[in-house]
Design a binder for this molecule. Structure first.
Ligand code: NI
Length: 177
């Protein structure tokens, strides 16, 4: 079921979400189905459960390669529950970022260039991956939602924050997260 995505200003986006304690519960599968439906409906790159008002540490993400924004790269379709993110470098990369909870805007956001992330899949199996670039950026963005952090809180240069149609007239951009 397509759910309403909360927008910045809603205090539910600012809460620290709770870990999932029971895998295999029907509620979790229904939550994931709703998150997938909602993300697909909005053509998003990722979605965190708090964005649909569910305060659990659950995120999904995935981006197909698109020749219209080649530098974004491909991100595997992933369900990530109770995640941990470990930087593998102190190097920060800055790039444009958008969010389904901050629709219509883009900001220039620093993120760790290379990370390891770990957590559980939809069936409760543990896994971990190393990611860099756009993939690492999407994971950090989604996991921030679980701690009540929206990307504008990470912007350092507010001259690079604005409306998409004003910043990039006529251009096609990677999807919002
Ligand atoms: Ni977001």
């Amino acid at each position: 079921m397509i759910r309403e995505v909360l927008r910045m200003g809603d205090e539910r986006l600012l809460k620290r979400a709770a870990p999932v304690e029971r895998f295999g519960a029907r509620e979790l599968q229904e939550l994931l189905a709703d998150m997938r439906d909602t993300m697909a409906h909005l053509s998003g790159a990722g979605l965190a459960a708090p964005q649909i008002g569910v305060s659990l540490r659950v995120v999904i993400f995935g981006v197909a390669r698109n020749p219209r924004y080649p530098h974004a790269g491909e991100v595997p379709d992933t369900v990530l529950i109770n995640p941990t993110v470990t930087p593998l470098t102190q190097d920060l990369a800055e790039d444009w970022e958008g969010c389904l909870s901050v629709p219509g805007l883009r900001g220039w956001v620093p993120r760790f260039e290379r990370i390891r992330y770990a957590g559980f899949d939809a069936e409760g199996r543990p896994f971990e991956r190393v990611a860099e670039g756009f993939h690492a950026r999407v994971v950090q963005h989604e996991c921030d939602h679980l701690d009540g952090i929206l990307y504008p809180m990470r912007i350092r240069d507010f001259t690079r924050f604005g409306f998409i149609d004003a910043l990039f007239p006529g251009q096609e951009l990677p999807p919002e997260e």
